[in-house]
Design a binder for this molecule. Structure first.
Ligand code: URA
Length: 196
């Protein structure tokens, strides 16, 4: 068994927070275990909870299309979420739920060793940068965190609620493509960011 699969076996019955009462599955994540780039969303929704796969609903279809628009397939990258269990009625994750779950994501990142972690939306940017950032301020910039770069962009689900954000999301993916093509550039440290 590959180490990531073994790790999934260890946490698939997790009961560290209240979300274990209402979830169907611990949605671990999926993709290339040696991916250079990871995409991190917020939390599983209903489809993800039922199918035990991240980003398989409407936002997932949009993410798959946007990956395609920059020449990436889902199998090339690794896709996961800040928290692994669906919050009831898709409410926002609570701080104690994020605190309980985030060590799992950090361990996945340590195992996959990506060059770039692309965060989708506010929750993922704040979790990875460990700061109360606003996604509209930090999107398209990159930040050194540990031994990888965080590249925050909008969440595809935002476009499903606010259609006028679609050009901005497409622009984020085009910027990501350019960023990946350029290779690693000197990055801002999170503590130097001015963004509140
Ligand atoms: N939104 C997320 O943040 N993650 C998913 O897996 C699906 C929708």
């Amino acid at each position: 068994m590959i180490p990531l699969q073994q790790f999934y076996e260890e946490i698939k019955d997790c009961r560290k927070c209240r979300l274990c009462e209402s979830r169907t599955h611990v949605v671990f994540g999926e993709g290339n275990p040696n991916a250079e780039i990871m995409f991190i969303g917020e939390a599983p929704g209903e489809n993800e909870d039922l199918q035990n796969r991240p980003f398989v609903g409407a936002a997932g279809k949009l993410l798959t299309d946007l990956l395609g628009s920059i020449g990436l397939k889902r199998e090339d990258v690794y896709i996961a979420n800040v928290i692994k269990c669906r919050p009831p009625e898709n409410r926002n994750p609570q701080t104690d739920e994020i605190d309980a779950c985030l060590p799992y994501l950090w361990k996945q990142i340590e195992m996959i060793k990506p060059r770039v972690v692309c965060t989708l939306g506010n929750f993922a940017a704040q979790a990875l940068l460990d700061k109360k950032v606003s996604i509209t301020k930090v999107r398209g910039q990159h930040f050194q965190v540990r031994n990888f770069l965080v590249f925050p962009i909008l969440h595809p689900a935002a476009v499903l609620h606010q259609g006028n954000l679609r050009p901005a999301l497409s622009e984020d993916f085009q910027n990501l493509k350019k960023f990946l093509a350029k290779g690693i550039q000197p990055a801002s440290q999170p503590e130097q960011m001015g963004f509140f």
